[in-house]
Design a protein around this ligand. Sequence first.
Ligand SMILES: C[S@@+](CC[C@H](N)C(=O)[O-])C[C@H]1O[C@@H](n2cnc3c(N)ncnc32)[C@H](O)[C@@H]1O
Length: 276
Amino acid sequence: MSTAAEAMADAAARLRAAGIASPARDARILLAHAARIDAMRVTLIAPEDLAPEIAERFEHLVALRAVHVPVSHLVGEREFYGRRFKVSREVLDPRPETETLVEAALAEPFTRVLDLGTGSGCILVTLLAERPDATGIGVDLSESACLQASANAVLHEVAGRTDIRRSDWFSDVPERFDLIVANPPYISRSEMRDLAPGVRRHEPEMALSDGGDGLGAYRRIVPGLADHLVPGGRALFEIGPTQGKAVSGLLAGAGFDVRILPDLDGRARVICARMG
Ligand SMILES: C[S@@+](CC[C@H](N)C(=O)[O-])C[C@H]1O[C@@H](n2cnc3c(N)ncnc32)[C@H](O)[C@@H]1O
């Protein structure tokens, strides 16, 4: 038997030894989940020994985390732009770098938005929650992702303004938009080998990589933009840190004015293209 503080310290040490990057934070979130309380309230667990059923649940969660199962899959949710999104192993975990794309999109004028490769729906749902006058369509090739995005639209009360469809990029989207956003799979086949084990083993490959040089999705999406934007409409893409030149080239070649927007660390992670 041990107290909450002892159990957390022990778990953090085991997670550190297993190569987990944020062991103390993860131990805290998992203990909160095992105790069915909010992570901010973990310190409120009474200082006496943990109840056996909480200790058992915690032990199980820590064992899974130690083999690099993502925390979000263990607790079933992940925070993105101040909201909690339901996630599963069928969709990409929303990433902090994608908040840069959301921030850039919110600086643009739009009332009708298309999110290509919507995954958990984190981008589309956030944009609609932040812009109560907007409506949007989210598409994904994965049926499971479509279900997850729909559930998150309901959770954040934007379902009435959201249309989620299964589509191969633009294949089932005849409409035009004033904003198109996409965080497509942009990791190349060779970069996949260097990914952290938790990402490589537990996140859907279709959400991460095109199986080629990482630019395949942009090559397919860019030629469809002009037919899906209104005059003056914008497209915003998340890109890999080394892809700025290549993706700008594709967009400029299709007749767009292009700006590269740096993230908080000054790295090029978002491209904004404007139709003339
Ligand atoms: C990098 S994930 C982005 C998910 C989510 N938008 C986010 O930012 O967290 C890319 C998404 O594109 C979807 N996808 C891959 N190929 C696709 C295709 N041909 N057509 C539509 N969606 C596709 C994947 O299923 C995945 O959900």
